[in-house]
Every structure is written in C-alpha cells, then in structure tokens.
Ligand binder design. Structure first.
Ligand code: GLY
Length: 424
C-alpha cells in the first residue's frame, strides 16, 4: 500500500514513524517532510498548502491513502478535493474542519449540540467588541475567528490587554482576514488537557489523554508556543472525567455535525479545561496535536493504518484499538529565541546517541539534512519522547536523551511532566 503524509513537523515525524511500522505499507511519502522523516519516508518537495499539486502527486503515484497532518490544508478543503478525485484521505472536510477554522462556528454549534459552552459573543466591528469587554471585565479571552496559525488567542488578564488584542486583530489586522471577526469569551481557569478521538462520521474511538505545555519557560512563564512538551496519560483526568468529556462534549458534537450534514471524519482534538466545577470545553482542533502525537502514538499498540483506513471507510466500529500502559513524556528541544526570532542552520550532534537511550524516540520537527549532517530549520527542532513504567522513569529517560543532543543556542524546558511524577 502506498501512503502519503502531508506536513513537516514533529507530529508528521511521529505519524511517519508509526505508519512505517505497518506491514501493509510498501511505499511511504511525505510532503514536504523534514530532516528526520527521511528515515521512514521519501520526502517530496510540495508544500502542505499546495493542495492541487498534492492531489496531482497522489493521482500520478497511485497513492492508496493520504494522511493530512496540519489544519491549513484541511480548512482549505484538501479532503473534499481528494474525495472528488476518488482518492482516500484521512481528515475532515472543509465544512467539518470549521471546528478549528472558525471559533464562532464552533461556539454556535456547541450551543446547538447542548454542550455546556462558555459565555461568548462574536463581533464584526471593533467598537462593539470593545463595549462588550468593558461591560464584562477581565480576565477575558479574545480570539481571532479564523486560522491565525495558532497566534490569534489572547487570554487577557486586564481590560486594557483585551482592548489591545481587539485592536491588533481588527484595526492593525495582524492576522489578516482571520482577525476580521473576533470572538470574545469567558475565561475558564484550571489545568488544561486534550482528549483526541478517531471519528468516522459516527463511531468515536478515543485516544489516550495528554497534556501539553504551551508557555516557553519553566513554571508556565513567558509567551505561548506551539507546545514545549507533553505527557500521557494525565493523572488529573480520571476515568470519570474522561467518560464525562466523551459523553457530554465529544459525542453530542459528532452527532450534531452529522445531523447538520457535516459528518466529522479524522482526528477530533478536544481541548479541555479541568475547572473546579468539572471539565469544560476549551477548543476543538481538526487534527492530531503537536507535540501530543509524539506521546500518544508511541502508546498505541494497534496498526495505525488499519485504524485510519477504517476511519476513512466508515467502519471504525470493527476495530479494536489497544494502548500500552506505559507512561510517555516528550520534551521539545527548540531554537534559542523561539517563539520570537531565532537563527536556523545550526549543526546538530548527538541525535543517534539520544535515540539509543532506553525506549527513547527522537522525533524531528524543524530540521533539515545538509549532506550527511542535520541542521536546525525551525523554532521547535525536536520532540524527544521516552516511555517508562512510570512518569519518573519516562521523564528521566527523555531528559537523558535530550542531554545527548547539542546545537548552538539549544533551549528546552526542564519541568516537563514534573507535576505527573508520583501521581501514576
Ligand atoms: N499542541 C497544541 C496543538 O497541537 O494545537
């Protein structure tokens, strides 16, 4: 079977690592890939948002299944395009991907689905948004409605911060058209986690929960990033909380999307906040998380290709998905300066030694090959994952592996999964 993965981050390296283990795979491609994905797949120089060129590649090369990593091609309609051409593709249609592509769509759909939603309002003009903020007070959340590459959300601690966020979206138009509409939401407080699920339009097969570290510095300080590390499972997510999220958030969402003519297929990522009053819905993503995939897939025992094919073919109810009991910890190694400006092209060393640490896997994100060498090519450079019988062991192994890696101005958090140790 010929499989094409779309994307170039740590998530896609984890997908390639897992998919390459399937005995069903004869040829594996990744567009555009990165310096590590070349270990498992042939990298193809087509960008993830060039959906016409990707479709042509899939047709010309008789690709049997395409797996879409990032949200942008999904929101652009790559699944609709591939399906129209008779190509099998894992992910939601553009209409279903609105769950990530439009915060307003999601909030309004959650109300129709009967999911306990945050108090919110949607604004097309800045003055009305400002008045709402002045009336509601802070803390309050201001979100660019559209796809702002993960940068359009501000959790404002003061009214002034919220007013500034509105101006950045709607007056300075920092996010272009994505910020022409803003959603202003109630600010929920608590520990965040995510529960992802395989969904075939009807059947929901949950994955193991994980927790991401969004801030750049130890102690959850500094600006937000794409994610600086992750662990799975999440001790704060009891079986009761897990079941509650599936029954009260994910199931009504999937049912409502289907009833409204937008059946959801692919990975549905529910971002949850564990408030004092129980779990509440924070946001949906229409894809695997990054770096969440780097802890979830190493815990998956079942053949991912079997699951994805069953998802695409609407027969997920036939698949028995099994997970390892092991704990998983992933530490993201970043370029100094990220998420602000940083330099690329730094020569990396110690990757093989890191991969040789017991049960460690070095997932590549912002890397590229330079001859026989590997150099940095992005903000988040590696996701170093390790499994263990408990969090203490998984964490020790992940940091041992990180300690083997070196490049100029390398940066990582030192407290990933520390809060989980002893709570296994
Ligand atoms: N790590 C957060 C995300 O993938 O959206």
């Amino acid at each position: 079977m010929k499989i094409l993965i779309i994307g170039s981050g740590g998530r896609e390296d984890a997908l390639a690592w897992k998919i390459a283990q399937s005995p069903q795979v004869s040829e594996l491609y990744c567009a555009p890939g990165n310096g590590g994905i070349e270990r498992y797949a042939q990298c193809v120089p087509i960008q993830a948002d060039d959906i016409e060129a990707l479709a042509e590649f899939a047709q010309t090369n008789s690709i049997d299944l395409t797996v879409v990593g990032p949200e942008r091609p999904l929101v652009m309609g790559i699944v609709d395009l591939f399906r129209d051409l008779g190509l099998k593709v894992y992910g939601p249609t553009a209409a279903a991907a609105q769950l990530e592509g439009s915060k307003a769509f999601t909030n309004e759909m959650l109300v129709r689905a009967g999911v306990r939603a945050k108090k919110f309002d949607v604004f097309d003009n800045a003055e009305a948004a400002r008045e709402y903020v002045l009336a509601e007070g802070a803390p309050i959340v201001v979100k660019a409605d559209g796809d702002a590459a993960g940068k359009g959300v501000v959790v404002a601690q003061t009214v002034d911060e919220a007013l500034e966020a509105i101006d950045r979206c709607m007056v300075a138009r920092e996010f272009g058209a994505a910020g022409d509409r803003v959603v202003v939401e109630e600010c929920l407080v608590g520990e965040e986690c995510s529960i992802k699920a395989f969904v075939d339009g009807e059947t929901i097969v949950p994955m193991v929960p994980s927790q991401d570290y969004k801030r750049v510095h130890d102690g959850d300080m500094g600006p937000n990033t794409g994610g600086m590390g992750c662990y799975s499972p999440v001790p704060s997510v009891s079986q009761e909380v897990f079941d509650q999220v599936l029954a009260e958030v994910v199931a009504p969402t999937v049912r409502t999307m289907a009833e409204e003519g937008n059946p959801y297929t692919g990975t549905l990522y529910a971002g949850i906040i564990l408030t004092d009053e129980g779990p509440r819905m924070l946001e949906y993503n229409c894809r695997f998380g990054d770096p969440e995939t780097q802890v979830v897939l190493p815990r998956l025992d079942t053949d991912l290709v079997d699951i994805m094919l069953a998802t695409v073919e609407g027969r997920l109810d036939e698949i028995d998905v099994q997970w390892k009991d092991d704990k998983a910890v992933c530490v993201v190694v970043a370029s100094g300066g990220y998420p602000g400006s940083y330099e690329k092209g730094k020569l990396m060393s110690g990757l093989d030694e890191a991969g040789a640490v017991d049960s460690a896997i070095v997932f590549h994100a912002g890397t590229r090959k330079a001859g026989d060498d590997c150099v940095t090519n992005g903000g988040r450079v590696l996701g170093v994952t390790a499994l263990g019988e408990n969090f203490e062991q998984a964490r020790a192994r992940a940091y041992e592996a990180v300690g083997m890696v070196d490049f100029e101005e390398m940066y990582f958090r030192t407290d990933i999964a520390a809060r989980a140790v002893g709570r296994d």
